[in-house]
Every structure is written in C-alpha cells, then in structure tokens.
Design a protein around this ligand. Structure first.
Ligand code: AMP
Length: 283
C-alpha cells in the first residue's frame, strides 16, 4: 500500500495506471474509519484493479463554529485498517496541497442543496462538491463509492457528475449500522455513555416511521410529528431537522406518493448525527 501526499504524485500514479488500462476505484473520506467506510472500500475493491481512498478533513465544508478542529483523527489506525481491507493507495494531502494560496474556485450545485443539510449548514455542500471535484481530477477514478447514510451528499455528487460531464460511475452503498441500529459515524466517538442511548432514538424513529408507512400512513406531516415527538422524549437530543423529501429533487413532500426519504439531523449532546430512511425499503 502506498501513501501519497502530493497532487502531482497522485495524478502521475493514476495516469500511469490508466495508460496500462487499469480500472481505478475511489472512496473519498475524512478518516477515522469504521465499518461503514470499510464496506465502501470492499465494494471499490471488487469493482477495480486499483483501490484509492483519500483521507482529508476538508475545511471548506465546515461552517464557522462547527467541529473542524475537533473532528476525530487517527491516521495510524486508518492506515492499518486500509491495509487489511486491501486499499492500494491512501491519498493523504495537507491543506497546502488542496487549497494553496490564492485558491478561488468553488463548485455550487443548485436546487438539490436548497433543503436539509443545505439549509442548516449553508456552506457545507459548496465545500463537499468542490473538494470532490478536485479529488476526482486528482485521483482520476473510473468509479467512486459513497454511502447512502449521507443521502443528500450522494444526490449532490451524482448531480455534479452528470452536470459537469465527469466520466465517473457513482455508486451508493447502504448504511452500515451497529448491532443496536445506530448508524456508524466517526462522530459517534464524541457520544458520552448516557448519550449513546439517546442516539438510538434516531434509528428507532426511522423504524417507527417505516411501520406507520407500512400500515398505510401517507401524510408526511403526521409521520414527521410522530418522529419529532419520539426523538424529543430522549434526554440530550435537539432536533436540527426532520423532513420527508422526494429522493431526486430533495424537495419536501406533503404526501408519500413518489419515492420519498425521511431525513433527520439531531444533536445528541455535542455531536450532530444524521440518518435517513427511504420509504418502502428494508434498510
Ligand atoms: P466521511 O468520512 O464521514 O466523510 O464519510 C466518507 C464516506 O463514508 C461517505 O461516502 C459516507 O457516506 C460514507 N459513510 C459514512 N458512514 C457510513 C455508514 N454508516 N454506512 C455506509 N457509509 C457510510
């Protein structure tokens, strides 16, 4: 396994693979790996001759007062886990490589960023789209793998890839959960012991919503209220949003007629956790 820290070395490495007709899979991450990340890597491994992952805590996707400085990091552990799963290259650039002095270009994906995390974290998706566009130009993958845990992010990346004619296949993978249902997240590391129980209210509320839907409830407002009431009963929770949206446009829906996703973001103590459920799906 190689660790590459400069844009030039990464581009040269990928170019030489492409010249030899090799297929490159790419999993972008912010590190502090858990099984969610590792599942994306295993999928990338199956789909390619060379698996590249990046570890980069991207400052432009964090707003003022968010957890950029506190974001958990452990490169040595990530390196070990990457090796175990068969990663060929870790791209691990410093900020000076990604945003050198005089940097001034950003990618702005429009309508699908108007809701959910785009509403409550105004600079977030501009940062995500920008860093992913840059990473795609640096790693030059044929296929890239994202998690559906960050549902809106996946929609944004697919939109960008289509709109900017990037010749990359974008694959979405199911959310990996702890045995009790909590969606795996690097930010779970911030949860204090008593908060862990409250954090379960997210996945449990999704299950509650799923069973209401399965019993015939199609009124989004009714489901949202029940979910909010359920989460609100748990100590230490503070809801950022609970919404039901069309899976393509990310616009709120009133009735669950087309394919819809229940998306939520909730602070549990310090960390802000997200989770989602697509109605009619098992997971
Ligand atoms: P992050 O390091 O949090 O930026 O995540 C890197 C990638 O891993 C993104 O595509 C996420 O959607 C994905 N990911 C994060 N958590 C999970 C999870 N629990 N299950 C599946 N994929 C995940």
């Amino acid at each position: 396994m190689e660790i590459i820290k400069t844009v030039r070395d990464m581009q040269n490495f990928s170019e030489s693979l492409r010249l030899r007709g090799k297929r490159i899979a790419f999993v972008p991450t912010m590190g502090y790996f858990h099984n969610g990340h590792l599942e994306l890597m295993k999928e990338g491994k199956k789909r390619s001759d060379c698996l590249v992952t990046s570890i980069y805590v991207n400052p432009t996707q964090f707003g003022p007062g968010e957890d950029l400085d506190k974001y958990p990091r452990d490169f040595e552990r990530d390196e070990r886990l990457s090796r175990d799963v068969g990663v060929d290259v870790i791209f691990y650039p410093p900020n000076s490589q990604m945003y050198p002095e005089n940097y001034q270009t950003y990618v702005n994906v429009e309508n699908v960023t108007d809701n959910l995390c785009g509403l409550t974290r105004p600079v977030h998706f501009r940062g995500v789209a920008t860093v992913c566009a840059k990473l795609f130009n640096i790693v030059k993958p044929h296929v890239t793998i994202f998690g559906r845990k960050d549902f809106q992010q996946l929609v944004v990346i697919k939109r960008m890839v289509t709109d900017l004619n990037m010749d990359i296949e974008v694959v979405g993978m199911p959310t990996v959960r702890e045995s009790d249902g909590l969606a795996m997240s690097s930010r779970n590391a911030y949860l204090k012991e008593d908060e862990r129980e409250s954090a379960l209210s997210l996945s449990r509320s999704l299950r509650l919503a799923g069973s209401l839907y399965d019993q015939g409830q199609c009124d989004a407002g009714v489901i949202i209220k029940k979910v909010k009431d359920f989460i609100g009963k748990h100590p230490g929770t503070r809801i950022d949003y609970v919404k039901i949206c069309d899976v393509e446009t990310m616009k709120d829906v009133e009735r669950l007629e087309r394919k819809s996703v229940l998306a939520l973001a909730v602070w549990v103590g310090a960390p802000r956790l997200i989770d989602n459920y697509v109605f009619g799906e098992n997971k």
